[in-house]
Design a protein around this ligand. Structure first.
Ligand code: TRP
Length: 437
């Protein structure tokens, strides 16, 4: 029986995690994995990585490294389910069922996709370099989440929209078929999560090339810390800790007592060379046990693989039967089985007596008559709007161009319309297209 609330999060397997990633995502997730409050699902999103990375060597290596990092940091794989997305064959399977439940217009509104299009707006082809993978990325993410019916999804602010889309898709499935999906919630850290600065003082980010990799070997760590930009104050001159990247990093890792002492030493004018040396020693000591475990684990890909395989077995105990249920619910199941549709069940429950049965029938017929009437009214309105449109087109200085513009306008409106609106709009388009000017 499912009792605890499920927390689920995926880590795209590209790039090298850095100190900022550690503080923002890894450290809290590892802490949560030790707690008994939630049932944790943590996975390596290697199918998501394919969207960004087409170098097989890099993708394979990244997946190894990121798995090793999680294990080295002490992820408790007895308590949480730690697995690789591509080992769960039900994920791409569910992704397809969900794709058929997702309006294209919903995906058109995705921030990530819109940002990619905006970059292209200057050029002729808006879709330049945009794969279907990038376009439908939120559906794959919805499959990750819904397959395990997770309740909470710890994510960064940039991912909130994807969780909302996941809820939309789940709600649609629940409505069209049966209410099998829980609607998940994004779990965003309280307040403004502190973003760590990088070597040049801007936010630490791979795209700025200013990162300190989490498990940089000691000599590289020292070199990188020496590159951190400071001002030109001399030793002995008082310095402001609150505008200093060295202090910021120290503050993020050191104990509060150590931080207070360091604040005093800034006031007393600690020299930059000295501060860099102390930051290096602190970080090196702090990271060294996990780094040693990492170096050990990364030498043993078999161990990593075994951990993931065990995780996959655990995950599939849930995903396999659930996927079979989902397939049956949409009508994909063994042909010698009879499907019980929810509608049939309702009829059986309601039609207790002959009288009740006939009153249900009468009610249904009335509903059908009302729906027909409404449809006729709507069609009359569509026809009236169409007549107006045609009159305007005929009066235009260039009727052909006006006609083409109207068609395009309608097509666009359909893309962004809700299901209900789009039915009428499509009818209007169809009628307009049938007109010979
Ligand atoms: N898209 C997420 C990211 O880039 C990674 C991810 C994939 C994910 N599937 C997920 C996160 C499911 C949470 C839940 O950060």
């Amino acid at each position: 029986m499912q009792t605890k609330q499920r927390v689920l999060t995926g880590i795209t397997t590209t790039g090298v995690p850095h100190l900022g990633n550690y503080l923002g995502a890894l450290k809290p997730a590892i802490a949560a994995s030790q707690s008994d409050q939630y049932d944790g699902f943590y996975f390596l999103a290697d199918y998501h990585a394919l969207i960004k990375c087409q170098d097989p060597q890099v993708l394979h290596r990244s997946t190894q490294e990121i798995a090793a990092i999680w294990l080295a940091l002490g992820l408790n794989t007895d308590k949480v389910t730690f697995y690789r997305q591509s080992d769960i064959v039900e994920i791409p399977q569910l992704c397809w069922l969900l794709s058929c439940m997702t309006a294209k217009g919903l995906m058109n509104r995705s921030h990530a996709y819109k940002a990619a299009i905006d970059d292209n707006l200057q050029q002729g082809d808006h879709d330049q370099g945009i794969s279907m993978g990038l376009f439908s990325y939120p559906i794959l993410m919805a499959a990750d989440i819904l397959l395990f019916n997770a309740h909470y999804i710890p994510v960064g602010k940039d991912q909130i929209q994807h969780i909302e889309m996941c809820r939309d898709i789940a709600a649609r499935f629940n409505k069209v078929y049966q209410p099998l999906f829980n609607l998940p919630q994004a779990m965003v850290a309280h307040g403004e999560p502190k973003i760590l600065s990088g070597l040049d003082g801007r936010k630490m980010s791979k795209s700025y090339g200013n990162i300190i990799p989490l498990f940089a070997p000691s000599d590289q760590l020292r070199k990188l810390i020496n590159q951190i930009i400071t001002n030109s104050l001399k030793p002995g001159q008082p310095k402001d800790p609150d505008t200093c990247t060295l202090f910021e990093i120290y503050n993020a890792f050191a104990t509060s007592t150590a931080v207070e002492q360091m604040r005093q030493r800034y006031a007393n004018g600690i020299g930059w060379g000295q501060m860099k040396q102390e930051l290096f020693e602190y970080l090196d000591t702090y990271l060294s046990p996990a780094r040693q475990r990492f170096e050990h684990i990364i030498q043993d890909p078999q161990y990593i693989e075994t951990q993931l395989q065990q995780g996959a077995v655990k995950a599939r105990q849930y995903s396999q039967p659930f996927m079979a249920q989902l397939c049956a619910v949409v009508g994909i199941t063994a042909l010698d089985k009879t499907l019980a549709t929810p509608r049939e069940k309702n009829v059986v429950k309601q039609a207790k007596s002959g009288d009740e049965h006939s009153s249900i029938l009468a009610g249904r017929q009335k509903a059908i008559a009302i729906a027909r009437q409404r449809e006729a009214e709507q069609m009359a309105q569509v026809q009236a709007e169409l007549d107006q449109l045609l009159a305007a087109i005929k009066n235009a200085s260039d009727p052909q161009a006006a006609y083409a513009a109207q068609i395009q306008k309608l097509q666009q409106a359909i893309t962004y319309a809700t299901n209900k609106q789009s039915k009428l709009l499509r009818k209007k388009l169809q009628l307009l297209q049938a007109v010979v000017l």
